[in-house]
Structures are given as C-alpha cells and as structure tokens.
Write a protein that binds this ligand. Sequence first.
Ligand SMILES: CC(C)(COP(=O)(O)OP(=O)(O)OC[C@H]1O[C@@H](n2cnc3c(N)ncnc32)[C@H](O)[C@@H]1OP(=O)(O)O)[C@@H](O)C(=O)NCCC(=O)NCCS
Length: 142
Amino acid sequence: MNITYKENTLTVDEYLSIESKMEDMDKTTKEQAERSLSNHVHSISAFVEDEIIGIGRLIGDASIYWCLVDIWVLPEHQGQGIGREIVNKLLQHIKNTSIKGTSVSVFLMCAQGKEGFYRKLGFRCRPHEYEGSGMELEMDIE
Ligand SMILES: CC(C)(COP(=O)(O)OP(=O)(O)OC[C@H]1O[C@@H](n2cnc3c(N)ncnc32)[C@H](O)[C@@H]1OP(=O)(O)O)[C@@H](O)C(=O)NCCC(=O)NCCS
C-alpha cells in the first residue's frame, strides 16, 4: 500500500473526518477545529490515495516548548509503522526549526496503553527520578 505524507496541509474537513472515524474520540465542533488548526505550529497528514488515514499535530511556542497532540492512525491502518513515521516527521520539524545550540522540551499527554509506542520513540514516562507527574485540568466552558 502506498502511503504519502504531507506537511502542514491539514484542513478542518480532514481533521473532522478522521476524528469521526477514530474510536472513543471526543467530538470537536467545527468552530473549535477552525481555531485550533489556525493556531497549531505544524501538522503531518498520511494518505492512501485521497483518503486521510493518519495525522499528528504540534502545538506550543515553537521555541522552548513543543507538544505533540492528535497522533491518530485509523484502526485498519495501525501496526504498519505509520504512527512512528508521523511522530518522527514531527520531531524532525522540531529539529529543523528550533534555534541551533539550544535544548527544547517535547511533551505529550499519553492515551491509556500507548506508553510503549512513545517509549520506542525516545519518550520517558513521568513521574520519574527527576520530575513529578504531568497534570491536567479539564474545564467545561459555559
Ligand atoms: C498510537 C498509534 C498512533 C500508533 O500508531 P501505529 O501506526 O499503529 O504504530 P506503529 O505501527 O508506527 O508502531 C511503531 C512501534 O510501536 C509499537 N506500538 C504501537 N502501539 C503500541 C502500544 N500501544 N504499546 C506498545 N507498543 C506499541 C509497534 O509495535 C511498533 O514497534 P516496532 O518498532 O518494534 O515494530 C495508533 O495506535 C492510534 O492511532 N491509536 C488510537 C489513537 C491514540 O490513542 N493515539 C495516541 C494518543 S496519545
């Protein structure tokens, strides 16, 4: 199967389309997706012919802090190295665009049971010897 990857072309329709096909995914509104995509730093999209089958996005300040979000591969295409390729391309973007000679922080909130996938890509779980837990506050906006 021929997989092609595109850099920073992800559209709102593509985003909502792949989200609707992922299992157990919260549904994002179109307005939320529009604002989110216009503010992210970079994206990778994977295609089989015209169908989008995987994505990954980078958010952050594009200098010190980089955060991986929405690393998604459609269930029928999982286990073929596509997720790894998407993350590696996002990490390459960070290497290509960060200020030379600096150290940067790349982090993510891991979905349950996916730790092994990210460990193979060089990430370590928190808490660990030197740092505490990642923390999250989910807010309902009235
Ligand atoms: C997590 C996800 C992106 C992985 O993508 P994928 O294309 O299936 O993964 P890959 O085929 O690139 O796997 C790369 C390596 O990670 C391993 N791996 C994949 N999922 C794993 C898991 N859950 N636990 C441990 N190892 C895993 C693979 O075996 C492979 O190992 P190898 O290099 O020794 O062959 C995909 O399963 C997915 O979209 N899941 C649903 C959405 C989700 O939870 N995303 C993560 C949000 S934090």
